[in-house]
Design a binder for this molecule. Structure first.
Ligand code: GLY
Length: 320
């Protein structure tokens, strides 16, 4: 893995002050007026890439989202996003992603095989087709026509782990697996314009054909530039059944702060679904740069990067 200094040198970034805030704390109700990036899990490096893009071109919000998420998709050590992601039960890595901009444009790709950067494919779908979502073989065909290349996405580590899994073939989604699962990333520029993206290889050892929340607008991600935006991580089935990010944005529209909106949306999931030992985390931000985060179980963290500092914070959870 790249050291922070090497990463900064490669990407031409100044080394922001970064830290990991260990104590669980409520999210800030203070307003962050400048460029701001938040993302699920400890994705400070991705955040810093996004912030760098925003600082250079504040109006190119989607570049910030895409480039940051691509860096995680390319990282073999992140075993739940892009290259190196854990496969499905058949040993296939299948990827889901979506992207949404300040004008309500959106692109989404599901069940994509062999293409390392689903977030870029999602953006191309948004920008170059009359559709919002492409899936499976058709999505791959479109990606190839756009110049993307087929690659083997199953890393040696994920293959070795898959072979071990085949011995018992037990399917049990684990909460907070290695403190990541999905990158959901939200950006705001100094004008208060918002955009976001979400990318995952989905739940490890899922059934072939399974699609989670991450590519579904209103589930894994929702952006409404009049109000705010939200993104989700965790067991996608619960997020799908409750339209949790749409709900969080609508709760902000009704006047709740991003923090209260995340709490109410998580409480809705708990009220409607069986949540024993299941994790879902939500993060949200409004146009004023207030942020919020909440989860069902302890252990969820998120990264906040503003112009002067970057930090990873533990999130308060419903169950302690
Ligand atoms: N949240 C990722 C998934 O369920 O696929």
């Amino acid at each position: 893995m790249l050291s922070r200094r090497k990463f900064s040198a490669i990407f031409g970034l100044s080394v922001l002050s970064t830290n990991f805030v260990k104590c669980a704390s409520s999210s800030s109700t203070s307003k962050i007026p400048g460029n701001l990036v938040i993302s699920t899990w400890d994705n400070q490096r991705a955040n810093q890439l996004a912030l760098h893009e925003l600082n250079n071109n504040p109006s190119y919000l989607l570049n910030a989202v895409e480039y940051a998420i691509k860096s995680v998709e390319a990282d073999a050590e992140d075993r739940s996003v892009g290259y190196g992601g854990r496969p499905d039960r058949e040993g296939e890595v299948t990827l889901d992603a979506c992207i949404m901009d300040k004008d309500g444009n959106a692109g989404s790709v599901t069940y994509l095989k062999g293409i390392k950067h689903p977030i870029s494919v999602a953006r191309r779908i948004m920008e170059k087709t009359p559709h919002v979502m492409l899936s499976g073989a058709g999505a791959q065909q479109f990606a190839l026509a756009e110049g993307f290349e087929i690659e083997n996405l199953l890393s040696e580590e994920s293959l070795a782990e898959y072979k071990e899994w085949l011995v018992e073939k037990e399917y049990k989604p684990k909460a907070n697996i290695e403190r990541h699962d999905t990158i959901g990333l939200l950006v705001k520029n100094k004008n208060g314009d918002l955009s976001g993206g979400c990318s995952t290889s989905g739940m490890a050892y899922k059934m072939a054909g399974r699609v989670g929340d991450s590519p579904i607008l209103g589930a894994g991600l929702f952006v409404d530039n009049e109000i705010g935006c939200a993104t989700a991580t965790g067991v996608g089935e619960l997020v799908l059944k409750t339209c949790a990010t749409f709900l969080a944005v609508e709760l902000m529209r009704a006047g709740l702060s991003p923090q209260k909106a995340c709490e109410a949306a998580i409480e809705r999931i708990i009220a409607k679904c069986k949540t024993d030992d299941i994790q879902v985390g939500l993060i949200a931000m409004n146009k004023e740069g207030q942020i919020g985060a909440y989860s069902i179980q302890p252990g969820f963290v998120y990264a906040i990067t503003e112009e002067t500092a970057s930090r990873t914070k533990e999130v308060n959870s419903y169950f302690k």
